[in-house]
Structure formats: C-alpha cells, structure tokens
Design a protein around this ligand. Structure first.
Ligand code: COA
Length: 168
C-alpha cells in the first residue's frame, strides 16, 4: 500500500483490517493503556478501526499505521483525529506505540511528520494533542515537537492538558 508519509525510519500508511492483531497488542495491553479508562476489548478496537476507515473516506486522514522500515514491521499508529474540545472542533495528532518499541523516539518522529502534513498539506495553522497530566511519556513527545500547554480541560470525564502547536 502506498505510504502517506515517510520519515527517516518510518512509513505511515492507512490502517487495514489485517492490522487488527498488531493493533490489539497495543490497545489490549493494560500497561500501554494505563492512562486510558481501560484497555480496549476486541469489540471496542473493531469499532475504533471502523471509525478510522470512515475518517479516511470522509476526511482523507485519520490514525495511520506506523511501519518501521528497517524491519518492515507494524509498530503503532499515529495520525490526525478531529476532536470536540469545549464545543470547538480541533485537529489532534495522536499516537500509540507497541511497548517493545518504546524509548527510541518513534512517536515524536511520526508525530512531527503528521504536524508538518497538517500545516503544509492541509493548510492548518493550529494543531493540538490532548494529554492527561499523568501521562509523562506522551507529554515528553509533545514537548520534543515544541508543543506548549494552553489549558486544562475535562475531556471525556478526565482532566487533559491541551497541548498546542501553531503555524503563522
Ligand atoms: C507515549 C508514547 C507514544 C511514546 O512513544 P515513544 O516512541 O516511546 O516516545 P519516545 O521514545 O520519545 O519516549 C517518550 C518518553 O517516554 C518515556 N519512556 C521511554 N522509554 C520508556 C519505557 N520503556 N517505559 C516507560 N516510559 C518510557 C521517557 O520519558 C521518554 O522521554 P525521554 O526521551 O525524554 O526520556 C508511548 O509511551 C505509548 O504508546 N504510550 C501508550 C499510548 C499513549 O499513552 N499514547 C498517548 C495518548 S495522549
């Protein structure tokens, strides 16, 4: 499948139904999902995948598969999500990486490509990431890409920082 984005070490392409098992290794894992209300069930993940397929069709973007080029391996997802934050439609960069591949800078590398895509290809001028204060690894990813905390919001019943990156 044709990649949407390429970085030094990664390819980002659309998710397919064949990615379900590799996605479930991430979303079904309690340690990985510790900052979420709970790990996803197979049914919840199936619904989440279907939402991405719908988003590709409607918007041309969504969460994409992250492929490690050197191993030709699916290691996570990263991409663009439309979120309602206090009644405002915002475009978010989100990411989830398989625990075996944490700590090698893959999330910030993939996220940077998504921010660049949103600014340069989609013409956006403001992007966000919604991150729970306790999720220090994710906050580091945002900070590595230069995002700044704008405010704290109750989002889906949990406090989140709204990290923002803008382009003039
Ligand atoms: C957040 C996440 C995507 C970061 O991915 P990554 O590719 O490991 O990112 P990085 O390599 O830049 O590491 C980011 C930070 O994670 C922490 N970290 C690194 N290795 C780690 C490990 N083995 N275990 C726990 N935390 C670790 C470090 O604080 C690191 O910051 P540092 O580089 O300044 O030391 C990953 O931890 C993850 O998938 N978490 C679960 C899903 C999630 O919470 N997504 C974000 C929702 S807002």
């Amino acid at each position: 499948m044709k990649p949407i984005l390429e970085t030094e070490r990664l390819l980002l392409r659309e998710l397919t139904p064949d990615d379900f098992d590799a996605m479930f290794e991430i979303f079904g894992d309690a340690e990985t999902m510790r900052y979420y209300p709970q790990p996803y069930s197979r049914e919840t993940l199936e619904a989440a995948l279907q939402r991405q397929f719908k988003s590709y069709a409607e918007n041309g973007y969504g969460l994409w598969a992250v492929i490690l080029k050197s191993e030709n391996k699916f290691i996570g997802d990263c991409g663009l999500l439309t979120q309602d934050v206090d009644g405002v439609q915002e475009l978010e960069v989100g990411y989830h990486i398989n625990r075996q591949y944490w700590g090698q800078g893959f999330a910030p590398e993939a996220a940077k490509a998504c921010f660049d895509y949103a600014f340069d290809t989609l013409g956006r001028t403001r992007m966000i990431s919604l991150i729970r204060p306790e999720n220090l690894p994710s906050r580091r990813v945002a900070e590595k890409n230069g995002l700044r905390i704008e405010k704290k919001v109750l989002w889906r019943d949990l406090w989140h920082y709204v990290y923002v990156l803008t382009k003039e």
